[in-house]
Design a protein around this ligand. Structure first.
Ligand code: KG4
Length: 339
């Protein structure tokens, strides 16, 4: 008998719903919120209002595109956290109401676990490129930079994480001081293609273990701009491609240094990357390079599964459903929650 799961994601500024049947994605609808662009970052109150407006049309569209009837759903999986409380409340409340109306079980999903689980979404029945356990996953997004040892879908151990900013934050904050818009990561990626990665040198952190730090890089970037702008007010405009290329290559070096160490020490050479920053072309190139140089078996997610999406929530829900790992209706969302 087949298992059909509806996933709902509303942790930050993307309202998304997806249907997965037996591990195969039938639909994945994402409504992004352009309203934040004018503010240079996500405004929590505006995010929750936009979720409120989007959630019903997005869920209806996901069910329509999956060509199923809502009564065919076996369970409903939703992101419980971490994320913005107001945003999470919209998805959580909707999920509870809809599951109650359909009289189906409810499954709470950890957003970070879901990013890792994106690697298990099959886009068709013949899609067999899922990592075997154990593997190492670099999770890099706007809010997280973690190295995770994955022993099973429910047994994940964070072995390294950022002690301050996340890698995506470093991209976004440096892009902001160059006035490149929000989110800055994709713009930096695009401009870096035209620039020289060795044009500028920024500080790299010296911290023990597998932990990351990006705040020093951000400060070093800011100081360079401040000093150069005093000499030449057009500095950023004239050198933005070189600035982006140098910034991006420093971020990628920092990420790969610790990841290489973790892979070497654990002896696990199956290595995946997940989260918004995994869309970055230099991150992907570095993974390809490490595969060739060190024999890593690498897993790069499809672009549509790098940023927040409900297919990753639905696939996590699918595996939890198999284990009958359901939650109760009185479960509150969590703004901060560990993996
Ligand atoms: O996973 P995600 O959608 O949201 C969080 O859960 O944080 O990640 C968003 C982050 C943003 O910081 C964005 O700038 C970054 O991912 N990002 C990129 C690229 N695409 C998205 N960073 C660098 N290069 C990209 N191509």
């Amino acid at each position: 008998m087949s298992i059909t799961i509806l996933g709902i994601e509303s942790s930050c500024d993307d309202t998304s719903a997806a249907v997965i049947r037996d591990g195969v994605m039938l639909s994945n609808v994402i409504a992004s919120q352009a309203v934040h662009e004018a503010f240079g970052g996500v405004v929590p109150e505006l995010a929750s209002r936009a979720h409120q407006q989007n959630i019903i049309p997005v869920v209806s569209e996901a069910i329509r595109r999956a060509s199923i009837d809502k009564r065919e759903l076996d369970a409903l999986a939703f992101t419980r956290g971490p994320g913005l409380m107001g945003s999470l409340l919209v998805g959580t409340s909707f999920a509870k109401g809809f599951a109650t109306a359909l009289d189906i079980p409810l499954i709470d999903v950890n957003h970070l676990q879901a990013h890792v689980m994106a690697h298990f979404i099959k886009v068709d029945a013949d899609d067999n490129n899922q990592p075997a356990f154990p593997f190492i996953c670099l999770l890099v997004s706007g809010g997280n930079s973690q190295i995770i040892r994955v022993d099973s879908y429910k047994d994940m151990t964070v072995i390294g994480q950022t002690i301050d900013d996340a890698a995506g934050e470093a991209f976004d904050k440096c892009a902001k001081v160059m006035d490149l818009g929000y989110p800055g990561g994709p713009v930096v990626d695009r401009l870096a293609k035209e620039g020289d990665a060795r044009a500028f040198t920024f500080s790299k952190p010296h911290i023990p273990g597998y932990d990351y730090s990006f705040s020093g890089l951000k400060t070093s970037f800011l100081y360079l701009l401040r000093d150069e702008l005093k000499k030449n007010p057009d500095f950023v405009e004239q050198r933005k491609c070189d600035l982006c290329a140098s910034l991006q290559s420093t971020i990628v070096d920092i990420l790969m240094d610790k990841l290489r160490r973790a892979v070497k020490d654990t002896g696990i050479n199956r290595v995946a990357v997940a989260g918004g920053v995994s869309a970055n072309s230099a991150v992907r190139a570095a993974f390809e390079d490490h595969a060739a140089r060190y024999g890593w078996q690498i897993f790069l997610p499809r672009f549509s599964f790098t940023t927040d999406n409900a297919a990753m929530v639905a696939i996590t829900g699918y595996y939890k459903y198999i284990d009958k790992d359901f939650c109760s209706l009185d479960l509150p969302p969590f703004a901060r929650v560990e993996l």
